[in-house]
Design a protein around this ligand. Structure first.
Ligand code: 5HY
Length: 246
């Protein structure tokens, strides 16, 4: 099978890290294609960035599906464009936040999340409610680092994430801790070994859930919620993206 993994921001080094994790956890016979758009924000920190990542994300999703992807992983912890991609495609579409929360709910009674900036906290809290994990989500913490700090070797960002992971375990009594940014994907293994608590990276979780859904032969239901977009005209720069009659 082929899994398309899209980093919706435009930072190649983060896409490389995401690709490395995805390929490391993929089963033999699973091909990983990891890409990011050329147009859009270098990092997604809040709603405005998220809005401007969507056209590039949707274009990459459309191209990847046409190239034979069997599933799509959206590798940003805000799960941007999740429902739009499910309308656009019939292959399974999985967001790394939803995947990480689902995995955490199966290995512990309660989980915490450690993300980057304080502004990301309410966004992830809202996702916990949206996905029905509000009872299991103990707290969403911020390491108070910009997303791109995670791309700086020796910049101290990893140490700040580690501090919050330990605080989540000791203070929130979290039985699993989610890494609330795709840029943290390379930190999960060492933190799990050090703490003895599952520290869950959404990229890895989403890849394995994708393999499971494809293996079950499941596709997105195209009735009602995720029905294909209705054909209509789009004006201006988005004209080529207009939904066409199937
Ligand atoms: C992410 N931003 O996973 C989110 C998470 C965050 O560019 N990739 C980003 O920290 O807001």
């Amino acid at each position: 099978m082929k899994i398309l993994v899209i980093n919706p921001n435009t930072t190649d080094s983060m896409t490389d890290k995401i690709r490395e994790t995805a390929r490391a956890v993929a089963a033999p016979g699973t091909e990983i294609v990891a890409v990011n758009p050329l147009d859009g924000p270098v990092s997604i920190e809040g709603h405005y960035d998220e809005a401007y990542c969507l056209p590039g994300l949707l274009d990459e999703a459309r191209k990847g599906a046409a190239d034979g992807a069997d599933a799509l992983v959206i590798a940003c912890f805000d799960d941007p464009g999740l429902e739009a991609c499910r309308e656009l495609l019939d292959i399974p579409v999985i967001g790394i936040c939803e995947a990480a929360m689902a995995a955490a709910s199966m290995v512990g009674h309660g989980f915490s999340v450690v993300t980057t900036l304080p502004r990301a906290v309410p966004i992830i809290e809202a996702l916990a409610f949206k996905y029905g994990f509000e009872r299991q989500c103990r707290r969403v913490r911020s390491a108070e680092i910009p997303v791109l700090a995670l791309e700086e070797e020796g910049g101290g960002a990893a140490a700040k994430v580690r501090e919050e992971v330990i605080a989540a375990i000791e203070q929130d009594h979290a039985e699993a801790v989610l890494l609330g940014c795709a840029g943290m994907t390379d930190l999960a293994e060492a933190l799990t070994k050090e703490t003895g608590v599952p520290v869950i990276d959404g990229v890895a979780a989403a890849v394995k859930f994708s393999e499971a859904l494809v293996g079950l032969g499941l596709k997105t239901c195209k009735r009602l919620a995720y029905d294909s977009p209705r054909p209509k005209t789009y004006g201006g720069a988005f004209a080529a993206a207009a939904p066409k009659a199937e």
